[in-house]
Design a protein around this ligand. Structure first.
Ligand SMILES: Cc1cc2nc3c(=O)[nH]c(=O)nc-3n(C[C@H](O)[C@H](O)[C@H](O)COP(=O)(O)O)c2cc1C
Length: 171
């Protein structure tokens, strides 16, 4: 399957990047085609709610920022993996922005499965991110193949790696 991992942490060697890489390695080993994008290195503004896309734009966003590179990837992806650090009890802004910029096409055309990889300092801070992830899966009518979280005590561990591998098996 064509797997697109959208990684939102600005820390290149951080925990979220590690989770995303582990997913990529395991999925590639299983024969899937994987593209990993670091959204934190992109300039992606928030949606302007101008409705250009739903009127004159005919599905195209009026903002010509780095999201233009991501729309073609999103259009081809069959699996979307969101990898995000928790910032203030929810998905980081670097992941929120590209999701909300999907407004112009409403839903990714070919995505059938989604997974969430999230990291935080504290335990028990994932309710907001999990609820958003669940609701987006429902809204886009895609199957959730799982959520892996890693707080400070669970980061870069064999146990977390195994949880990621368990999700990859559902691709
Ligand atoms: C702006 C900001 C907000 C954060 N908010 C939370 C939070 O609400 N709860 C929490 O447990 N950790 C919070 N953290 C800590 C990160 O979620 C945690 O360090 C995470 O593992 C970072 O992932 P990374 O290593 O991929 O960058 C925050 C960090 C930053 C920079």
């Amino acid at each position: 399957m064509k797997v697109w991992i959208l990684q939102g942490s600005p820390r290149a060697n951080g925990n979220t990047a590690w989770m995303a890489e582990e997913f990529k390695k395991a999925a590639e080993a299983a024969g899937h085609e994987v593209i990993l994008v670091n959204a934190a290195r992109k300039k992606i503004a928030g949606c302007l709610a101008c409705e250009y896309c739903h009127t004159k734009g005919n599905g195209a966003c009026i903002q010509k920022d780095d999201m233009q590179e991501l729309y073609p990837l999103m259009a081809e992806a069959e699996v979307l993996v969101l990898a995000a650090p928790i910032y203030y009890f929810t998905l980081c802004a670097q992941i929120q922005a590209p999701i909300q910029r999907m407004y112009c096409v409403n839903a990714p055309a070919k995505v059938k499965k989604m997974a969430l990889l999230a990291s935080s300092y504290s335990p028990d801070v994932y309710d907001g991110a999990k609820a958003e992830f669940r609701d987006i899966c429902n809204y886009w009518n895609v199957e959730s193949i799982g959520v892996v979280t890693a707080n400070i005590n669970e980061q870069k561990t064999e146990e977390t790696k195994q949880k990621i591998h368990n999700i990859v098996e559902k691709l």
